[in-house]
Ligand binder design. Structure first.
Ligand code: FAD
Length: 472
C-alpha cells in the first residue's frame, strides 16, 4: 500500500498518463527504503534528471553505490507525463542567455542542449530502450496573420545568433507539404528535434540504471535534506529511513518547491495534455505529418503537439491556473476548462477531425525559475548537487544535466562542467500573495490576448505588462 502521504489516486499509477499506461513496464512499486543505509551518491527523484545522473555516474565508475529515492514510482513526475518533444533548445531565448552570459557562453549552452537531442537517441540505442524515438524535426507555425510578426522575430533571432543553418523558413505551401494545418501562413522548421514516448524512455532508463548497479527505492518520500558539514556527510531523510552519502542530488524539479528551503526557487506551473483516439489512415493521408515533427504555434500561452507512434495527436498547453502557495495536488492534473480548450484546438487546427474522440487527458507540474534559466549546481562543501528549472524543456536538457552533474561530482573539468549554467543562481520567486497575484494576472492576460488576436487577426503589441513579464 502507498504510504499515507503518497500523491497517487486510487486508480493506480497507470492512470497518471497515457505514457505510463502504455510504457510496457510493470508499474508495481519497487520496495521502499526502511532503515538507515550508506551510499556514495543519493538522489532525490527518479525522473529523467535523477536517472540520467545515476546512469552517467555508473557508466563512468561502476563501483559507485548510487541510490535513488522516489516518492512514488520512477517516471511519476513530468518525465512520465510530457509532450514527447526532445527539444533542441532551452525555453530561455538566445537573447536572454546572451544578456546573462555573453554570446560565446550562450552559444556553448545552445550547442550543448542541441547535442543532447542526439545524446538521448544514442544512449537509448546503446541500452536497447525502444522509446519510439524519431528525429523528425520541429515545425513552429504562424496560424493566422496575428502570429506572423512572432515568426519573423523568431527567424531574425536565429539569423542574428548564427543558428539559422539548422532551421528553414517555410511558406504556407511548404508548411502544408509537411502538415496541413488550418490557417497556417508559414513556419520555421528545425532539423535538430526529435519525438519520443516519454513513459518508455523513463521506465527503460530506470531499468538501465538498475542493470548498471543502481538501486531505486520507490514510495519513499524524502522529508528532509541534511547538508554536509566538516564532520558529517549529507543525508536524505525519508518517512521511514535515511541515506547518508558523500553527495546528495536534488532532482525533483517542480516538486522541490514542496521542500521548505527550495519553496521559492521554482514555480510549479501546470501543463495539460489531451490525446485523441487513433486517427484513421485516410485522415492521416489528408493531414500529412509523416515525419512526426514536433509542432507548435506562436500562441503566447503556449501550445505543443506531437504525433504518437500509434497514430494519435497529442495536444498540450499551459493555460491551467497556478495554485496559491505553489501547491501541487493530483486534482490539479486535470482542469476541465483547459482540457476542453485543448480539445477544441485539435478541431480548429485540423477541421477534418471534427468529432474525433479523445481517449486521455492528464497534466502535471513543470518547474520554472524566476529568470527562466535552468541551473546545474554542485556545492562540494555541503555535498549537494541539483539540476532544475527546465521550464518545460527538460527531455533533452535533463540528459545534459545528468552528464554535467556526473562530471561535477567526479571532479571532471571539461566544456560541459564549465557551461555557464553550472552554479547559475536564479532569483527566488516573490512571497505570497504577490506570487499568486502576478502569475495569475499574467496567465489570464495571455489567454485573453491570444483569444483577442485570434479574433481580430492583429498581433499583440509586445508592450503589454503580461507580455513583458512572460518574455523569455
Ligand atoms: C505536461 C507536461 C508536458 C511537458 N512537455 C515537455 C516536452 O514536450 N518536452 C520537454 O522537453 N519537456 C516537457 N516537459 C518538461 C519535462 O517533462 C521536465 O522538464 C522533465 O521531465 C523534468 O525531469 P525531472 O527528472 O527533473 O523531474 P520530474 O520528472 O518531475 O521528476 C521528479 C521526481 O521526483 C520525485 N520527487 C519529488 N519530490 C520528492 C521527494 N520529496 N521525495 C522523493 N521523491 C520526490 C517525483 O515523484 C518525481 O518522480 C513537460 C512537462 C509537463 C508537466
Amino acid at each position: 500500500m502507498p504510504p499515507p502521504d503518497s500523491l497517487i489516486d486510487p486508480l493506480g499509477y497507470g492512470a497518471v498518463s497515457y505514457w505510463l499506461e502504455t510504457a510496457g513496464d510493470d508499474l508495481t512499486p519497487r520496495p521502499a527504503l526502511r532503515g538507515e543505509i550508506d551510499a556514495d551518491v543519493a538522489i532525490l527523484g527518479a525522473g529523467y534528471t535523477g536517472l540520467w545522473t545515476a546512469y552517467e555516474l555508473l557508466r563512468r565508475d561502476p563501483s559507485l553505490r548510487v541510490v535513488l529515492l522516489e516518492r512514488e514510482i520512477a517516471g511519476f513526475g513530468a518525465s512520465g507525463r510530457n509532450g514527447g518533444w526532445v527539444a533542441s533548445g532551452l525555453n530561455a531565448s538566445s537573447d536572454r542567455l546572451e544578456r546573462a552570459f555573453g554570446s560565446e557562453r550562450m552559444a556553448a549552452i545552445e550547442d550543448a542542449v542541441a547535442g543532447a537531442v542526439d545524446a538521448v537517441g544514442v544512449a537509448i540505442g546503446r541500452e536497447g530502450i525502444d522509446a519510439d524515438y524519431a528525429k523528425g524535426g520541429s515545425l513552429t507555425v504562424a496560424r493566422g496573420p496575428e502570429q506572423v510578426p512572432a515568426l519573423e522575430a523568431h527567424w531574425a533571432g536565429l539569423e542574428r545568433t548564427g543558428r539559422a543553418a539548422g532551421y528553414r523558413r517555410l511558406d504556407a505551401t511548404e508548411t502544408s507539404e509537411r502538415i496541413r494545418i488550418e490557417g497556417a501562413l508559414g513556419s520555421v522548421y528545425g532539423s535538430q528535434y526529435a519525438v519520443v514516448h516519454p513513459g518508455k524512455l523513463v521506465r527503460g532508463l530506470a531499468r538501465a540504471v538498475e542493470r548498471h548497479g543502481g538501486t531505486i527505492y520507490e514510495q519513499t518520500p524524502v522529508t528532509d535534506v541534511e547538508p554536509g558539514a566538516s564532520h558529517l556527510r549529507p543525508a536524505l531523510r525519508t518517512t521511514n529511513g535515511l541515506v547518508r552519502a558523500t553527495v546528495v542530488v536534488l532532482a525533483g524539479e517542480a516538486y522541490l518547491t514542496q521542500l521548505r528551503p527550495l519553496h521559492r526557487a521554482l514555480l510549479p506551473l501546470y501543463s495539460l495534455i489531451v490525446l485523441t483516439e487513433p486517427i484513421s489512415d485516410g485522415d492521416w493521408a489528408a493531414i500529412g505529418w509523416r515525419a512526426r515533427e514536433v509542432l507548435a504555434s506562436y500562441r503566447l500561452s503556449v501550445d505543443y503537439l506531437s504525433r504518437t507512434a500509434d497514430g494519435r495527436i497529442l495536444f498540450g498547453g499551459r493555460g491551467a491556473p497556478y495554485r496559491f502557495g505553489s501547491r501541487i495536488e493530483p486534482a490539479f492534473d486535470r482542469d476541465a476548462p483547459t482540457h476542453a480548450l485543448l480539445r477544441r484546438f485539435v478541431e480548429t487546427w485540423f477541421p477534418s477531425l471534427r468529432g474525433i474522440g479523445f481517449s486521455h487527458a492528464w497534466g502535471g507540474p513543470l518547474g520554472m525559475p524566476r529568470d527562466w534559466i535552468p541551473t546545474f549546481s554542485f556545492d562540494r562543501a555541503a555535498g549537494i548537487a541539483s539540476a532544475r528549472g527546465y521550464t518545460g524543456h527538460g527531455v533533452s536538457t535533463a540528459n545534459l544535466a545528468g552528464r554535467v552533474l556526473a562530471g561535477l561530482i567526479l571532479g571532471e573539468q571539461d566544456e560541459l562542467t564549465s557551461l555557464a549554467l553550472v552554479n547559475h543562481r536564479s532569483p527566488n520567486w516573490e512571497p505570497e500573495p504577490f506570487r499568486w497575484i502576478g502569475v495569475r494576472f499574467t496567465q489570464e492576460s495571455l489567454l485573453r490576448l491570444d483569444a483577442r488576436t485570434a479574433r481580430t487577426g492583429k498581433p499583440p503589441s509586445g508592450r503589454s505588462l503580461a507580455e513583458r513579464i512572460a518574455d523569455h
